[in-house]
Design a protein around this ligand. Structure first.
Ligand SMILES: Nc1ncnc2c1ncn2[C@@H]1O[C@H](COP(=O)(O)OP(=O)(O)OP(=O)(O)O)[C@@H](O)[C@H]1O
Ligand SMILES: Nc1nc2c(c(=O)[nH]1)N=C(CO)CN2
Length: 175
């Protein structure tokens, strides 16, 4: 038994953004612990592009970190995701933000799956939705384990202002 708890971030800024995010919730239905509201988010990373819709999800299951990443890639492929511009527009991006096992945060330098996600602490589009579903969330950073609320408070106010709640995705029924 390798029960693990995962934080995933999903984002879309091409096509039916809401439908792409709803597909993630549908796929993970059996493992879901919580799904944030949908947020409209200004593009992060310096590429001029349309706003994203983002959600952060908590899930738990008997899976290792690589199996969570496989699900992320499967979901991206199902949305016909292509890799063109780094941090550029996409139908669907699903990232593994953090995994914990038996309450211990998993850490990995593997470029194929770096954990926790090395840029999560700078991304209001990940942290703000995460805090909405887990008010005492913490993230491992190079400075150690930090409350997500503190990381958000340290972001540029413009970065925070670009992340605005829209509404909730419809609830899914467990299979
Ligand atoms: N924590 C992680 N979550 C998702 N992918 C990761 C992670 N760590 C490493 N990767 C690797 O990064 C590769 C590129 O991922 P992707 O195209 O989603 O990057 P990106 O979304 O453009 O940028 P970023 O990594 O900054 O979010 C993936 O194929 C994957 O193997
Ligand atoms: N607001 C926002 N910006 C992004 C996003 C995203 O999901 N939301 N994903 C990116 C690819 O890593 C690059 N920039």
């Amino acid at each position: 038994m390798t029960y693990s708890r995962v934080v995933l971030s999903a984002g879309s800024n091409i096509g039916d953004r809401r439908a792409h995010l709803a597909g993630v919730v549908e796929r993970l239905a059996d493992d879901l612990i919580a799904v944030s509201p949908v947020y409209s988010t200004a593009p992060w990373g310096g590429v001029d592009q349309d706003d994203f819709f983002n959600v952060t999800l908590l899930a738990g299951a008997d899976r290792n970190p690589g199996q969570w990443l496989d699900i992320c890639h499967e979901l991206e492929q199902a949305a016909d995701r292509t890799r063109d511009v780094r941090w550029g527009p996409r139908t669907l991006d699903v990232d593994v933000i953090s995994v914990s096992r038996d309450g211990e945060i998993v850490r990995s330098d593997d470029p194929a799956l770096t954990l926790p996600h090395p840029r999560a602490a700078q991304r209001a589009f990940v942290l703000v939705p995460w805090l909405a579903i887990e008010p005492d969330a913490t993230l491992w950073t190079p400075q150690g384990e930090r409350p997500v609320a503190d990381l958000i408070a340290e972001l540029d106010p413009d970065e925070r202002a670009g992340v605005v709640p829209v509404d909730d995705l419809p609830a899914v029924r467990r299979r």
